[in-house]
Design a protein around this ligand. Structure first.
Ligand SMILES: Cc1cc2nc3c(=O)[nH]c(=O)nc-3n(C[C@H](O)[C@H](O)[C@H](O)COP(=O)(O)O)c2cc1C
Length: 209
């Protein structure tokens, strides 16, 4: 099918409006086939030079989960110290990960050393490989949401420590730690906006040159 209906476009827009970064999960499991259907969308994503540099690590064992959670708690405590008193109070009340509850946790890496793609497009800007991984994550995120699943992106982590704990190759760069599961609630408003941390801009600013 090469044509998409206006109803589909409306639905797609609604999907983007209701996507949300989720940090509050129910603990019931996610069906493996459903998770796989979401993960399959990685391979549909654009990538620089067709390098497909994404690498997915399922963080399943108690040992790995405990290490990741400890990593987050340490980084979060450090981040808290960086804010002045009013912001620190607000920050301390934010829930910034669902790592204690979410049934599925994925560390998404970029393989910086991949030979795939033969360097095309990444010569002057090797960071394009990481951007390719971000694009793939976005597809995964939207697909998961279309099934009613929530995804939460955690970046408050020491990536070098996580690499060691998950025993991944040194030239894999952490792009995202994703918590996946059934959300406790759905909303059209980002949680950080609800909490008074930051608002969405009312319009996209576009420059002309
Ligand atoms: C690259 C990236 C890193 C993020 N890291 C975190 C994080 O560590 N903790 C968190 O609670 N949310 C994190 N988020 C989610 C953002 O806070 C969220 O996307 C933003 O507030 C807008 O809300 P929405 O995604 O529900 O629209 C991250 C999002 C992105 C794209």
């Amino acid at each position: 099918m090469t044509k998409f209906s206006s109803e589909f476009r409306d639905d797609l827009h609604r999907l983007m409006r209701w996507r949300r970064d989720v940090r509050r999960f129910r603990t019931d499991p996610v069906d493996e086939a459903l998770l796989q259907a979401c993960l399959d969308t990685f391979q549909l994503a654009p990538s620089v030079g067709l390098s497909e540099p994404w690498r997915v690590v399922r963080v399943d064992s108690d040992h790995a989960r405990t290490a990741a959670l400890r990593n987050y708690e340490t980084a979060n405590a450090k981040a808290l110290k960086g804010y002045g008193s009013d912001r620190a109070k607000l920050y301390a009340n934010l829930k910034l990960s669902g790592m204690k509850e979410s049934p599925v946790q994925l560390a998404i890496y970029c393989d910086e050393a991949t030979a795939k793609g033969r360097g095309l497009g990444a010569g002057t800007m090797p960071e394009m490989r990481r951007y390719s991984v971000v694009g793939a994550i976005t597809q995964f995120w939207l697909t998961a949401r279309s099934f009613g699943l929530g995804v939460g992106w955690v970046s408050i982590l020491d990536p070098a420590q996580l690499n060691r704990d998950l025993k991944v190759p040194e030239d894999w760069a952490l792009v995202a730690y994703l918590c996946v599961g059934w959300p406790e609630e759905l909303s059209e408003t980002p949680e950080l906006a609800k909490a008074g941390w930051e608002d969405r801009d009312s319009a996209l600013s576009i420059l002309s040159r």
